[in-house]
Ligand binder design. Structure first.
Ligand SMILES: [Zn+2]
Length: 289
């Protein structure tokens, strides 16, 4: 599998960000891959711990490999927010590209200790680790908090990340998971502070709902991975709902066209992000693509 880190380093060099979309099943996976293919963009496919428990770690890897081969763009498979070392072990064994070890519920010393352990385990199989030791607010697929309880200085986070040998960082940048009610107080200057302190790629969570200018300010500050989950969920559910309402009205119950409707809804929802993040067309600079 392609290294997530290599995608992010290429993005940093060329001043764009790689979109990381959460998918929920084969239909949304294929829709995101079709959009990436159309945009000729590198892409990161993310799976939440809840979703991977449902699909299965090996089956997910197989689905991803097939979809990535068909799309012909550089693509990485990433496990999103995982505090569960059991799932992490399976993902490492199945050689996914990378994983996010979510230690934000732990106190600092314990978070660093456990992160270092996960990194040792993951690196032994060339799986990369995104690290989160402070809370990004908002609940996503059952994981997260409404209010931040752990936040630290950038210096402290970087020192811990070096000690634990993590590959990329997910600090709190003022964004939140889920839908925004009112404008968030975004902090691109904090991303820039991390970039001054270290060479580790910086990840932005809670991307859904930000404006193009807000995304650009984060990319200019050095963010190279931007997570989009809520927009995919919304498109998935709303296109299914619209289709089912028509099915109910006409009393026609064909699942095939439902899958098509979900596929089209998700593909249309994710398509604009490749241009906004500047990743469209960047697949061409990859050897073999
Ligand atoms: Zn997240």
């Amino acid at each position: 599998m392609i290294s997530t880190l290599s995608l992010l380093q290429a993005a940093e060099r060329d001043k764009y960000a790689v979109p990381a979309f959460n998918i929920f099943d084969e239909s949304s996976l294929q829709a995101v891959m079709a959009a990436a293919k159309e945009a000729r963009s590198p892409v990161i496919i993310q799976v939440s711990t809840r979703t991977v428990r449902m699909i299965g770690v090996d089956w997910m890897a197989q689905l991803f490999r097939n979809a990535a081969a068909q799309a012909g763009v550089p693509a990485a498979l990433h496990l999103d927010h995982c505090p569960d070392v059991d799932i992490i072990r399976q993902v490492v064994k199945a050689e996914w590209s990378s994983l996010l070890f979510d230690a934000s519920h732990l106190g600092f010393e314990e978070a660093v200790r456990q992160t270092a352990e996960v990194v040792r385990l993951a690196h032994a199989n060339r799986v990369e680790v995104e690290s989160e030791v402070e809370n990004i607010v908002g609940v996503e697929d059952g994981i997260g908090v409404a209010r931040p309880t752990h936040s630290y200085s950038a210096e402290r986070i970087v020192a811990a990340a070096r000690e634990a040998r993590v590959d990329f960082l997910a600090p709190h940048l003022g964004t939140a998971h889920g839908e925004y009610h009112g404008r968030p107080q975004i902090r691109p200057e904090r991303a820039a502070e991390f970039r001054r302190l270290c060479a580790m790629p910086i990840v932005l969570h809670g991307g859904t709902g930000l404006t193009t200018e807000e995304f650009r300010s984060f990319i200019d500050a050095g963010v190279s991975k931007i997570n989009i989950s809520t927009a995919v969920k919304r498109a998935y559910m709303q296109s299914a709902l619209a289709f089912l309402e028509t099915a109910s009205m006409t009393d026609e119950w064909e699942p095939g066209p439902l899958l098509r409707a979900v596929h089209d809804g998700v593909r249309e929802a994710v398509a604009p992000f490749f241009d906004i993040f500047g990743s469209a067309g960047k697949a061409e600079s990859w050897p073999g693509h």
